[in-house]
Design a protein around this ligand. Structure first.
Ligand code: ZN
Length: 286
């Protein structure tokens, strides 16, 4: 079974956070990527239907592709970053069952280890000289690896995209941030009199797997008042669309939270601040 390389998974998540905070990226790359699903030009029809491989999984794939291939991320003036990244990439591929003895993997390992050894010996001048001298080689090795292992990289994409989905889903506030970004992607310009986006997806039954996921993420507690509602599991209507459908919200777990009946009725079609789903491990003690 393929092992997840945790440093790689964490870097992927960090890279994703950086991209999600960049309005150029969210309004161009993210918009274009998701628009075809929003318009139902491509299956699966997430946004409209609850899919296990829905918004977060596909967002994970998009971020993964950018992070691994990274055509534009490293320029030749900044090859120290590329050298570090190569180390990450090698470990990631080896965890994905690529042999460390393969030609380009061992070559990359030799180069990065020789650069590292200079740093470890505090030979600063020589360290930067070596990076400068090997910049074209570093670039070539990176290109060869992404070419050679393109099938493997594609195969690993689904594993890391699923892992990315779990990391993001854990954080209800981050989910709400993403759900808000998605409003404009589905919305085709039919705003109401106040200029607010209108509903573009039809209400659907929330499948059992999605309810179970949200109950688990929210630990059976109302996201607003923190009431423990595990005992009310038999009721169906406690799963709330964070961004109401009437305000451009979508049918996806990224847009769901658990509410008690009282809060659910009170909230109705309004937008409220989202509470954190991450337990206050440290803040509770401060
Ligand atoms: Zn409540």
């Amino acid at each position: 079974m393929i092992q997840i390389n945790i440093p790689f998974a964490l870097k992927l998540h960090a890279y994703g956070l950086m991209r999600l905070q960049d309005p150029n990226w969210t309004s161009l790359d993210l918009f274009d990527f998701f628009k075809r699903y929003a318009r139902k030009r491509e299956s699966p029809f997430f946004f409209h239907n609850f899919e296990e491989r829905g918004v977060l999984y596909h967002l994970g794939l998009l971020i993964y592709d950018e992070f691994v291939i990274c055509d534009n991320r490293f320029d030749l003036q900044d090859c120290e970053d590329l050298s570090w990244y190569l180390e990450t990439l090698i470990d990631f591929l080896i965890a994905g069952e690529v042999s460390p003895a393969d030609k380009w993997i061992s070559r990359a390992k030799n180069i990065t280890e020789s650069i590292d050894s200079l740093f470890n010996k505090s030979e600063e001048k020589e360290y930067y000289r070596r990076i400068d001298k090997t910049r074209y080689t570093l670039r070539r090795v990176h290109n060869e690896i992404t070419d050679c292992y393109s099938d493997k990289i594609k195969e690993l994409g689904s594993v890391y995209a699923a892992n990315y989905s779990d990391r993001v889903l854990h954080d209800r506030q981050l989910c709400a941030f993403i759900a808000q970004l998605l409003v404009m992607i589905g919305f085709d310009g039919n705003e109401d009199l106040k200029g607010n986006p209108q509903q573009w997806v039809v209400r659907k039954n929330i499948p059992a797997w999605a309810k179970k996921t949200i109950y688990s993420r929210d630990r059976g507690k109302c996201a607003i008042c923190n009431t423990d509602i595990i005992l009310e599991l038999s009721e169906n209507d406690h799963i709330d669309h964070i961004i109401p459908l009437a305000r451009g919200g979508c049918n996806d777990v990224v847009n769901l939270q658990l509410l008690c009946q009282k809060c659910n009725l009170k909230k109705s079609d309004t937008l409220l601040d989202i509470t954190s789903s991450i337990p206050p491990y440290i803040t509770r003690r401060l």
